[in-house]
Design a protein around this ligand. Sequence first.
Ligand SMILES: NC(=O)c1ccc[n+]([C@@H]2O[C@H](COP(=O)([O-])OP(=O)(O)OC[C@H]3O[C@@H](n4cnc5c(N)ncnc54)[C@H](O)[C@@H]3O)[C@@H](O)[C@H]2O)c1
Length: 394
Amino acid sequence: MSRTQRPVSAPQSVASAQSVVAAHPAGPVPVVVVGAGGMGKTWIRTVLSSDAAVLVGVIDVIDGAAERAVADLVPEDRRAVVRTGTDAVTVARQASAEAVIDVTIPAAHHAVTADALHAGYPVLGEKPCAATLAEAVSLAGHAESTGRLFMVSQSRRNNAHLHETRRLADELGGAGIVDTRFYKAPRFGGFRDEMEHPLIVDMAIHAFDAGRILIDGDPVAVTATSYNPAWSWYAGDAAATVTITYDSGAVHTYSGSWAAPGAETSWNGDWRVSCARGTVHWDGEEPPTARPEDGEQAPGRDPAPEARWELDASLAEFCASLRGGPVPDSEVHGNVWTQAIVEAAVRSAETGRRVLLAEVLDEALAAARDLDLVDGRSRALSTWKTGVSGLTTT
Ligand SMILES: NC(=O)c1ccc[n+]([C@@H]2O[C@H](COP(=O)([O-])OP(=O)(O)OC[C@H]3O[C@@H](n4cnc5c(N)ncnc54)[C@H](O)[C@@H]3O)[C@@H](O)[C@H]2O)c1
């Protein structure tokens, strides 16, 4: 399915409809959450408090993990309608789900999402789209061949202050240079401490994606340097400087460190947007401010009371699309650009050269075709002329 096509309807229930589904024939979308780890629990809470979806199942490959999450998080009077198990499609069918939320580890995203799409379920997946760019491109093909919606939840783009920053920048002539500084000193322990590029791959992906909200056009090339401060507690490079150029001529510069104690920025980072007639500043937490070249500093608007944020906004947008609303911007074809920036940044940091997105996307397309050949379920990528054109043509 291309970005501009409307997704086809959610699958027919194969089990007898549960009361909760029958009560909302076209209302809240019955969903299952796959992956009951740290973020899966946050998603369960999000679904439970949302008016757009209703929780009908929780799945985790670890025996008993889904049951424990339900016991911990789901109010007793709602537990009866929540099925549990270790296989997503089986539980989705038993629970008469209409959609799947994939919150598994990145290495499992491709299999879980492709299986759900081919079983007829639209999928809302946690970032990153997949473990590799090739798997992400493959999933775009699986979405096309099944006609089901696959949206990636890149939650930090759902921030009213970020969108207000964009509005203020437009008033000043539009973003020409976007500069993000991100300096934090979290001590996570676990997998991030062992990754080769923890900052670029696990965190900067959010800023790269948010930059795409502020800048028109498509990213073209990435130059990156990564390094690890002498005092860093990470094995891989905890710091990086990344420059992303766009076909509109705008540039996004990002510098950050995950080993930067003192004077920390917000988790969204600190943003300066340079425009023809002035500058917008956003600290990542409060409303942004505009400073026109010939005027006083002016505060941005406060968010509307009905504004939706982060996961809640992703869920509402996904469900609205299934109920006839527009295709979300983070539909897989749109989101793959963000993952391509990450992959290009890592390659640039490792090789010391400027990396074209067309290069990484063409390589990913070739590798994705190989994956799909072995898998045998999707031939959609055979019609893509190039990686870039497959993401942009309708
Ligand atoms: N948006 C954000 O700010 C944000 C923050 C944290 C994590 N995440 C993303 O959320 C996802 C999950 O991260 P996490 O921190 O919860 O990881 P986690 O390791 O805590 O949990 C993942 C869970 O998925 C389960 N799982 C693995 N393979 C499975 C499969 N095939 N079927 C069912 N369950 C399976 C694991 O058993 C585990 O319980 C990742 O993609 C991560 O990048 C996003």
